[in-house]
Design a protein. Structure first.
Lengths: 287, 140
C-alpha cells in the first residue's frame, strides 16, 4: 500500500512537471529586444527589477545600453551640454576658447546654419574617443579577453581596444581616432580606463568642444549589480581646459539579453551624398 | 548706393560659392522654421530608409493644380524604429497627410513634426516624437 502511494505520488509529479515545463519554458523564452523596439526600456527595466542579482566579479562582458535615446548628447556632453547655462560653461584656456570658436557645430551655443557646419562626423569621419561615449552612446558590446577588453559601438559600427595586461599608456603616442587605452580594476566592480593619443581632428562632443593632443580621458565603469553599470567620463586637457571636468556623470547602462540585436548604423558616403543633394544643399541655398 | 549694391552682390556671390561646395551638415534646426507647423497632403513617391536621415518624397498639388515635390526628413533608421516607423511603413502611391516644419528659405523641404506627423489614408498614424521619455530611461 505504502509502495503504491509513493509510486502514485511520483507519477503525478512527473506528469505535472511534463505538463508545466513547456509553459514555464515559454514564459522564460528570451524576447528579442533591441534599442529600437518601442517601449523596450520600461519592459526591460521592469524585468530587471524583478530579478536583481549581484554582478559577477571583474566582468563587463555583455551588451550595454543607456536606452530610450538617453545616451544621445545632441547638445554635447550630457553633464555639460552647450546650452548657455552658466553652470555648463567649460573652463576654457584662452587658446581653448579660440579653438572652440573655430569649430562650427550644428547644435549648441555656437550652432551655425547647415551651410557653415564643419563637424567632422558629418563627413563620415570617425567620432573618435571620447565622442563615442558623449555623442551617440547606443548599444555597446563589451568583450573581455585575457589581455584586453574590446568595446564595440553601435554608432558608426566601430570598435576599440582597452589593454588590461598591465602596460602603461605610451609616452609619445601616435595619433589615433580612438586613441590608446589601458584599463585596470580598482576593485571587483570598478573598471577604470585611461586613454591618450586621440587625433586632434575629432571633437569631444556634438557641441563642438575641442581637444588637443594632450587630451587624457578617464572612463569609470562601475557595476552596481548584474543588470546595471554606471559610466563616468572625465576630460583632462590642460592646453584647452584650465581644470578637468566631468562630461558624463554616472550615466546608467543596462545589461541587455544575449539575444539583443544591435542595429547597423554606418555612415555611408553614398547615402550621405544623397542626403546632401536632397536636403542639406537645397535648404542652405537662398531662393 | 553703389557700395550697398556691391555689398549685396558680394553677399550673394559668397552664398553661392558656399552652396556650390559639398555640404555635409545634417544636424541642427537652424535651417528650419521651427515655430510654425505646416501640413501638406499628397502622394508618396519615395521613402528612403537611410543614414544619416530617412527621407520621404511627396507630390503635393497646390490650389492651382501645380505639383510641388516635397522632401521631408526623419531621423536615422534606429531612432525611427524606436518611434514605430519601418522601412515598409510607406510605399510609393500611398496617400498621406504630413505635418512638418519647413525650410526657412521656402523650399518644399521639411522635418517631420508632432504626434500625428504622418497620417495614411487608412487612418494609420506615425508620430515624430519619442515614445520613451528620456528622463525615465536616465533613472533606472
Amino acid at each position: 500500500m505504502q509502495r503504491w502511494l509513493i509510486f502514485a505520488t511520483g507519477a503525478m509529479g512527473v506528469l505535472s512537471a511534463s505538463l508545466l515545463l513547456p509553459i514555464l519554458r515559454a514564459q522564460n523564452a528570451p524576447s528579442v529586444w533591441n534599442s529600437d523596439s518601442p517601449n523596450w526600456t520600461q519592459a526591460q527595466d521592469e524585468a530587471a527589477k524583478k530579478q536583481k542579482s549581484p554582478a559577477p566579479r571583474r566582468d563587463l562582458t555583455g551588451t550595454w545600453d543607456v536606452g530610450g535615446g538617453a545616451g544621445i548628447g545632441v547638445f554635447g556632453a550630457k553633464s555639460m551640454p552647450s546650452d548657455g547655462k552658466p553652470e555648463h560653461e567649460l573652463p576654457f584656456t584662452a587658446s581653448g576658447r579660440e579653438k572652440f570658436l573655430a569649430n562650427k557645430p550644428g547644435w549648441g551655443t555656437t550652432e551655425v546654419a547647415a551651410a557653415f557646419v564643419n563637424d567632422p562626423v558629418d563627413r563620415c569621419d570617425p567620432a573618435g574617443l571620447p565622442r563615442a561615449d558623449l555623442f551617440e552612446l547606443r548599444a555597446t558590446q563589451m568583450i573581455q579577453m585575457p589581455k584586453k577588453v574590446l568595446v564595440l559601438y553601435e554608432f558608426q559600427q566601430v570598435w576599440r581596444t582597452i589593454w588590461t595586461d598591465g602596460r602603461e599608456l605610451p609616452k609619445d603616442p601616435e595619433p589615433r581616432w580612438y586613441g590608446y587605452s589601458v584599463g585596470k580594476w580598482e576593485d571587483d566592480y570598478t573598471f577604470v580606463v585611461q586613454s591618450n593619443g586621440m587625433d586632434e581632428r575629432t571633437w569631444l562632443d556634438n557641441g563642438g568642444r575641442p581637444h588637443s593632443s594632450d587630451l587624457r580621458v578617464e572612463e569609470r565603469f562601475h557595476r552596481l549589480d548584474r543588470d546595471t553599470m554606471e559610466l563616468t567620463v572625465t576630460i583632462n586637457d590642460p592646453q584647452i581646459y584650465t581644470k578637468p571636468w566631468v562630461a558624463l556623470d554616472q550615466i546608467p547602462l543596462h545589461l541587455r539579453s544575449d539575444e539583443f540585436d544591435v542595429r547597423e548604423m554606418i555612415c555611408s558616403p553614398t547615402e550621405t551624398e544623397e542626403y546632401n543633394k536632397t536636403v542639406t544643399n537645397p535648404v542652405a541655398t537662398p531662393r | 548706393m553703389e557700395m550697398r549694391r556691391f555689398a549685396r552682390v558680394a553677399v550673394t556671390a559668397g552664398l553661392l560659392a558656399i552652396s556650390s561646395a559639398p555640404l555635409f551638415a545634417h544636424h541642427g534646426n537652424a535651417a528650419y522654421e521651427t515655430a510654425k507647423e505646416v501640413t501638406v497632403k499628397g502622394t508618396i513617391t519615395d521613402w528612403l530608409w537611410a543614414n544619416p536621415h530617412c527621407i520621404m518624397k511627396v507630390d503635393v498639388k497646390d490650389p492651382a493644380g501645380m505639383v510641388q515635390h516635397w522632401v521631408i526628413e526623419a531621423l536615422n533608421p534606429p531612432d525611427m524604429v524606436r518611434k514605430g516607423w519601418a522601412k515598409n511603413s510607406f510605399k510609393p502611391g500611398d496617400e498621406v497627410t504630413v505635418t512638418l516644419v519647413q525650410a526657412r528659405n521656402g523650399s518644399p523641404i521639411g522635418r517631420f513634426r508632432g504626434d500625428r506627423s504622418v497620417v495614411l489614408a487608412n487612418g494609420q498614424v506615425f508620430s515624430a516624437n519619442d515614445p520613451n521619455p528620456v528622463q525615465s530611461a536616465e533613472k533606472p
